[in-house]
Design a protein around this ligand. Structure first.
Ligand code: NAP
Length: 258
């Protein structure tokens, strides 16, 4: 209940731009920390969610909880992606599936790990866009895509030669896709989070001698939560962000602004 008719109108206008009204949105990496939080927030905002990972089992509990549909494919295989995604009546996509690779200097890099990181994080996301977009264009309803990149694409981080390069490639995929798909009213943006303590990051950033000095350099001085990354993803997908296209949005407590 609000105090005035004006306030009621403002509330109605706000929910009209953030309610997904049954639009279908594919989330890759849905079995992971950030992906699962994104599925939960999108379902709560009225989206019909398709949650994806490599195995059905890894998605079972989340899909039971949220009503999301399950879809299995491997981001390293174009055939697997094409078979799963081509022709789906999607309105939106969240490219959240990712692989951390290794912590290494350029001279110590295992180039097979570099190839796999690029294959999952950049090539895989591009292939999802490649096979999702034709039916989005055919439906003619516009749409939105959010790529989950990283602060590691924007600044040099020790040990992040492969991962940072893969996310920098992903940011370029965002910009060029935004340029190409704008005429179809399909927006494409990236989010670039700082560290979230999930399976991917804990082994490295959870070490006090690594995490401590890093947090001293960050204005907010703490790690992000999965919900603090999922909320901007949902915002960028929503009509509240209808004029935002081609950006890489840091979610980093101010780290890259220094
Ligand atoms: N955690 C962080 O600190 C952080 C910071 C910035 C950006 N990010 C980015 O945020 C995204 C999610 O990260 P997270 O921390 O939530 O990771 P996570 O908990 O480790 O989950 C990774 C997700 O990616 C999926 N995946 C990995 N390899 C795949 C493949 N070959 N094919 C299909 N799916 C695959 C996994 O699915 P399976 O169940 O099939 O393994 C899982 O759902 C990633 O893109 C990551 O780079 C993370």
């Amino acid at each position: 209940m609000t105090d005035s008719p004006m306030a009621d109108t403002a509330v109605a206008a706000r929910s009209a731009t953030t309610d997904f009204n049954g639009r279908t949105i594919l989330v890759t990496g849905a079995s992971g920390g950030i992906g699962a939080a994104t599925v939960r927030q999108l379902a709560a905002a009225g989206a019909k969610v398709i949650a994806s990972a490599r195995t059905l089992d890894s998605l079972a509990a989340l899909c039971d909880e949220t009503g999301a549909q399950r879809l299995v494919f491997d981001l390293t295989s174009e055939e697997s992606i094409k078979d799963a995604v081509e022709g789906l009546a999607l309105w939106g996509v969240v490219n959240c599936g990712g692989f951390g690779g290794e912590i290494a200097t350029p001279q110590d890099t295992d180039i097979d790990v570099f190839d796999k990181v690029i294959s999952v994080n950049a090539r895989g996301a591009l292939l999802v866009i490649k096979h999702a977009v034709p039916s989005m264009i055919r439906q003619g309803n516009g749409g939105a895509i959010v790529n989950v990149s990283s602060q590691a694409s924007m600044v040099a981080l020790h040990g992040h030669i492969s991962y940072g390069s893969s996310k920098a490639a992903l940011d370029n995929i965002t910009r060029v896709s935004a340029l190409e798909l704008g005429k179809h009213n399909i927006r494409v943006n990236s989010v670039n989070p700082t560290v979230v303590m999930t399976d991917m990051s804990n082994f490295y950033w959870g070490r006090p001698e690594i995490g401590g000095p890093f947090l001293e350099q960050m204005p907010l001085g703490r790690w992000a939560t999965v919900d603090e990354v999922a909320a901007p993803i949902v915002f960028l997908l929503s009509d509240a962000a209808s004029m935002i296209n081609g950006v890489s949005l840091p979610i980093d407590g101010g780290y890259t602004s220094r």
